[in-house]
Ligand binder design. Structure first.
Ligand code: ZN
Length: 182
């Protein structure tokens, strides 16, 4: 039985109960259990919640809310299509404007990742067509959007800047800093 199997079984035996990292590491017998939990969430669609999802949980606590699995999103998207959508959206979250490496506003120890989101979910018949795909940051992807939604104009400009070479981004940053007194 792999560590992942052990952790899955442990969660499924304790649906709705708070499970601690200590318990998980004991059950799994490994230190790198966090990657396994991510796999259970992302690859298998298990509804394991953390303190990021639920404010009644402390860091290091997990709850499997139900045995029901969420249909896994993004599995059918090829790496090429993923890159194409990322470039089209300028590496910018289409809801909050976050970019790769921005700090997660709900967890400053973590950096945001960019995901490919289905505008109409696969579970509701959404397709893998380009028009149904967009970039979302990990926070918005989990239904926690940012404090303020940027305007359409700001989103487009941010996307253009993020498509530009690093040196140009730096120039724009310096120019804005001069004019806005940052
Ligand atoms: Zn976002």
């Amino acid at each position: 039985m792999s560590a992942r199997d052990k952790i899955r079984e442990f969660f499924e035996r304790n649906v709705g109960k708070i499970i601690t990292t200590h318990e998980i590491s004991q059950v799994a017998g490994i230190r790198d259990y966090q990657r396994r939990i991510r796999e259970l969430r992302n690859d298998e669609g298990m509804q394991i919640k953390t303190h990021i999802d639920r404010h009644d949980l402390k860091p290091g606590q997990y709850v499997l809310e139900t045995l029901q699995r969420i249909p896994v999103i993004g599995r059918g998207i090829s790496p090429q299509l993923r890159t194409e959508i990322l470039e089209r959206n300028g590496f910018t979250c289409q809801l909050c404007g976050a970019g790769p490496g921005d700090l997660d506003p709900f967890n400053p120890n973590r950096k945001m990742r960019l995901n490919i989101d289905h505008i109409v979910p696969v579970s509701q018949g959404g397709s893998e067509d380009r028009e149904n795909l967009r970039v979302l940051c990990s926070a918005c992807n989990h239904g926690r959007s940012n404090i303020q939604t940027p305007s359409e104009t700001a989103l487009n400009i941010l996307a253009r800047i993020r498509r530009s070479p690093r040196s140009v981004q730096r120039e724009i940053y310096e120019a804005l800093k001069r004019s806005l007194g940052g």
